[in-house]
Design a protein around this ligand. Structure first.
Ligand code: SF4
Ligand code: SF4
Length: 382
């Protein structure tokens, strides 16, 4: 049985790992990485796996999700092998590997196709929206050319198809993450234990709440961020985007359930939406500025998928605020309807592309952390 695939190294280059074969295995990157703990020998070991074609060691691993792409390792690599970017490429590859339709692979590796598919899906979703307002002038005009049922059923089919593949992708990855051994060879898979399970849930909860592990990054003396205020540090930018998005989803659901009267802005759901919307805008704006300015190596090599994710979130946040102001002022101009249309299509695309984009890490990272913490021997064990 051979686990080695000689074509693997060339394959992951397509996902953005363009310099990793310059690595000469010195180990600096692992030494500098504050997240590479006792038994998690990354990123060095994973570069080794990539070079010799050990695909399964990578796609079955929990450790590649422990990395936050801070780029400390890339800053210190003497060979410019960009190990941080390599880890990000491995996560893209793993997301694509778990999603079996092949769409994710196309989206991550073919930029022109990425743009075309995004536009086509936006068009389908836009048409689907029009079927919800069949009496609108534009809807009636459109339905004279394409029957209402065709548009409506196509939109529903897109949602069902993407829903099924999302579910299958997540299920496949959960199976891998839960059923595998850690890449540490001398650590056996442990049997079920309530105390370890609760401890792992608690640790993941704390990580989601405060990003304690991400805060461990950028502490090297020569790190650009070491003496900068926490408000602009990458961990807080990431935290703002994550909590901004979660808050907006909760606010939208609450608005929908309670059918908020349009002009009341002091309802808890509205306040939550406003505060978390500001967080989302703050985080995405800073992340885009860092990428435009290529402020560190981790921001210097952005892929279209990274940009698309940030731009979608930013536009969803911006149009959301626009609509809130429009609702407050009672305006119902055409421009507001167009903004509403864009906001809804972008939001639906974010949901639809969940399994096919960088967004998938929002599920895969907490899961990997959970299984990693759960199967890990306590540090103090004899
Ligand atoms: S990626 Fe760079 S720092 Fe890490 S082992 Fe290879 S050469 Fe050394
Ligand atoms: S990018 Fe940061 S977290 Fe990831 S391996 Fe490098 S130093 Fe560690």
């Amino acid at each position: 049985m051979s686990e080695l695939d000689p074509t693997f190294a060339a394959e992951i280059v397509k996902y953005g790992a363009t310099h990793f074969n310059a690595c000469y295995n010195c180990g600096n990157c692992t030494a500098v990485c504050n997240l590479s703990e006792q038994h998690a020998d990354f990123p060095r070991m994973f570069i080794r796996y990539g070079l010799i074609g050990q695909r399964n060691k990578i796609v079955d691993s929990q450790e590649i999700w422990l990395c936050y792409a801070c780029g400390d390792c890339s800053e210190t690599c003497p060979r410019q092998a960009y190990p941080g970017e390599y880890m990000a490429a491995l996560r893209r590859y793993t997301i694509a590997h778990a999603e079996k339709t092949g769409l994710t692979k196309l989206l991550f590796t073919n930029n022109p196709l990425f743009i075309v598919i995004t536009l086509i899906i936006a068009l389908v979703l836009g048409f689907l929206l029009l079927t919800i307002e069949p009496e609108e002038v534009i809807s009636r005009w459109l339905f004279t050319y394409i029957p209402y049922e065709v548009i409506h059923n196509l939109g529903i089919a897109v949602f069902i198809l993407t829903g099924i593949t999302t579910g299958l992708g997540i299920f496949a990855l959960i199976k891998k993450l839960s059923g595998q051994r850690s890449s540490n060879p001398d650590k056996p898979t442990t049997s079920f234990s309530w105390s370890k399970t609760l401890m792992a849930i608690q640790k993941v909860g704390m990580e989601i709440a405060a990003m304690k592990r991400y805060q461990e990054c950028d502490k090297e003396d020569d790190s650009l961020w070491k003496h900068r205020p926490w408000l602009i540090k990458p961990w807080f930018v990431h935290w703002s985007i994550m909590w901004g998005f979660i808050g907006l989803v909760v606010a939208t659901v609450l608005d929908f359930i309670f059918k908020d009267p349009a002009t009341v802005m002091w309802l808890p759901s509205r306040i939550l939406g406003t505060v978390t919307g500001i967080l989302l805008m703050y985080g995405t704006t800073l992340a885009m500025i860092y990428r435009i300015r290529k402020i560190t190596k981790s921001y210097a090599d952005s892929k279209l998928a990274d940009w698309a994710f940030l731009i979608f979130l930013w536009v969803a946040g911006f149009t959301g605020f626009w609509l809130e102001i429009a609702v407050m002022s009672g305006e119902h101009e055409l421009i507001n309807q167009i903004v509403f249309f864009i906001h809804t299509v972008i939001s639906m695309e974010l949901i639809i592309f969940f399994a096919y984009s960088k967004f998938a890490h929002a599920v895969y990272r907490p899961l990997a952390l959970y299984f990693y913490f759960k199967n890990r021997e306590p540090v103090s064990a004899t």
